[in-house]
Write a protein that binds this ligand. Sequence first.
Ligand code: SF4
Length: 418
Amino acid sequence: MEKTQKSTKRLATAKELRQIVADFYLEGHQAKQAGKPIGWMPPMNGLIEIFYAMDLMPAFPENWSPVCAAFGLNDKNFQTAEEMGFSRDLCGYMRNNVGYIYGMMGTAGVPLGGLPEPDMVFLPGGGCVPTMKNFQYIARRFPEAKVFKADLPQVPIENIQRYHIDYAISEINRIIAFLTEVTGRKLDYDRLKEAVRLSDQACALWDEIMAYRRYKPTPLSAAEIGLMFVMVTRQGTQIAVDYLTRVRDEVRERAEREIGVIADEKIRLYWDNIPLWYNLGLFNYFERFGGVVVAETYSAAWSIRLDVDKPIEALAMKSLMSYPMVSCVSMKRRKEMVLRACRDYSIDGAILHSNKSCLPITLGQMDIERALQEELGISSVIIEADHMDPRNFSIAQFEERVNPFMEMLLARTSPTSR
Ligand code: SF4
């Protein structure tokens, strides 16, 4: 196995993704040239729909990090960040972004032309500390950009009260007022409603696609996780809905015709935490044992339905819920989510990625491991790695832990052991 490798994809629609990614970055550069304001923002909040409704161009530095990993730019970006004094233990997204904006950004030959320079920067109020620091550095690097600092509370989903929602609504209205003042553009409420409707439709399609993964054999594995690019960058547009419809149709057909990811699916796996963006091929590694990763934590971030009739409130709810959906804002909720997924997707074993540079999602894995064993009888293996930094990942150690784990699962699931 290589330290960095691309995944093998089975969906024909997955091959369209390269063009969708290229189009998004091209549109950003064209927008810049045409004088359309660009806003840099974290993903998973209610801003994207407002941007598309106001004909503004969003850009997502965190999403640029996996793109950098795919193009092998992360090493250079880490080097720049470390020369600035950033520790290797800090979030890989943050180190990659800081290294990029203070290093190669604007130089010739950056794939896809890189990120277009921001006219506005949105500092999140919720989310994790590294995200906030990331955007502080971005704001410092682009002093001409107008900065909006959000002040959203970070509340476990089960504790969200009416006053949290009202406060989040006031923050969404404050964002709209800021955008109106900075860009001189007025928000058309009907266009916002339409963007929210399209966003909700994309979420519904996402859920439908994920539900087909429950079939045996599963028609879709984590090796195709790159599909999530449209959820990050194109929510609120017809582009996301059209693409996900094509994906849904293909996945449905494969499920109904019992076309699995591999010919002989023997072990169904759950992946906890962020993938290794520089090595999505790792998801194919399990296939030599008849294993397929049929569900993962990260994809749950997009399972949020929006109330189309109350678009501002829907975006407020989305902003409150997205991040706690996948992180450890509430351990109780996260544990429940993993257990439910393992039940729903008939999981045989779980791979818990202990992510060196992302504590917010890694915290609590020991509890999850125990709960999986005690409540569902599902065994787990913890692997140490990093979502962005290949230096924090050892193939030998990975194989040493995963191979016996897979052999054990194989022995358990083989007909003679029943
Ligand atoms: S949740 Fe983890 S990966 Fe995401 S920005 Fe925070 S520390 Fe980084």
